[in-house]
Design a protein. Structure first.
Lengths: 109, 116
C-alpha cells in the first residue's frame, strides 16, 4: 500500500472550514483514498473515501488532485466535536488498512 | 450506525490470568480485525480474519490468539496476561465489495486492558 504523509497537528476556528491535507505521491491506480477519524481514543470512525473523483457526504468533502498524488479532506463548518485525530489511508481491495500517525485537529472556540 | 460490540469495555486484571476479549458484529461481515493501540500512539493490526475458520497474524507481533468459529464472533485470548499487555484493543469488521460504501471498516468501542 502507498505511504501517506500528513501534518502532525492543525488548529481550526469553530465554524470555519477545516482543510486537512494528505500526500500520497506513490499511490497506484487501483488504490482508494480513505479518511477515518478517532475521537479521544474511541474506535476510529469512517468519514469518506474516493478513487479519482471528488466526493461529498454528510460529514465531509474529499478533493483528490488530478494526478492523485494528494488529497484534502474538508470539514465545511468545524465544530468542537470535530476535534480528533484524522487518518488518511490509501489501500487496494486485497489489503488491510494501515493507520499512520494522522493529523490531530483541534477546533478552537 | 455500526453494529459491532466489544466486552468488557474496561478490564483490570492481575498478572498470569487468562482473559478473553469479546467482539461481535451483527452486520454479517466476513472480514474482522483486532488492533492494539497505546494511549496517543498509532493503531497496530495484530490479527485478522477473512471468514469462518480463517485467522491471520497482523503487522504487529502479539502473544494473543484469536478464533473465528462463527461469522459474527471474533474473540481474542491472552493465556497469561502480563503488564506489557496493558493497552486498548479495538475490534473492527468489514464487508462488501471494493469501493462500495459497505466496504468500509467499522470499529467497536474498544476494550481498555490494565494488567497489574
Amino acid at each position: 500500500d502507498a505511504k501517506t504523509t500528513q501534518p502532525p497537528s492543525m488548529d481550526c476556528a469553530e465554524g470555519r472550514a477545516a482543510n486537512l491535507p494528505c500526500n500520497h505521491s506513490t499511490i497506484s491506480g487501483n488504490e482508494y483514498v480513505y479518511w477515518y477519524r478517532q475521537i479521544h481514543s474511541q474506535g476510529p470512525q469512517y468519514i469518506i473515501h474516493g478513487l479519482k473523483n471528488n466526493e461529498t457526504n454528510e460529514m465531509a468533502s474529499l478533493i483528490i488532485t488530478e494526478d492523485r498524488k494528494s488529497s484534502t479532506l474538508i470539514l465545511p463548518h468545524a465544530t468542537l466535536r470535530d476535534t480528533a485525530v484524522y487518518y488518511c489511508i490509501v489501500r487496494s481491495g486485497a489489503n488491510n488498512l494501515f493507520f499512520g500517525t494522522g493529523t490531530r485537529l483541534t477546533v478552537i472556540p | 450506525e455500526a453494529d459491532i460490540y466489544q466486552t468488557p469495555r474496561y478490564l483490570v486484571i492481575g498478572t498470569g490470568k487468562k482473559i478473553t476479549l469479546e467482539c461481535s458484529q451483527t452486520m454479517g461481515h466476513d472480514k474482522m480485525y483486532w488492533y492494539q493501540q497505546d494511549p496517543g500512539m498509532e493503531l497496530h493490526l495484530i490479527h485478522y480474519s477473512y471468514g469462518v475458520n480463517s485467522t491471520e497474524k497482523g503487522d504487529l507481533s502479539s502473544e494473543s490468539t484469536v478464533s473465528r468459529i462463527r461469522t459474527e464472533h471474533f474473540p481474542l485470548t491472552l493465556e497469561s496476561a502480563r503488564p506489557s499487555h496493558t493497552s486498548q484493543y479495538l475490534c473492527a469488521s468489514r464487508g462488501g465489495r471494493e469501493g462500495g460504501t459497505w466496504e468500509t471498516q467499522y470499529f467497536g468501542p474498544g476494550t481498555r486492558l490494565l494488567v497489574l
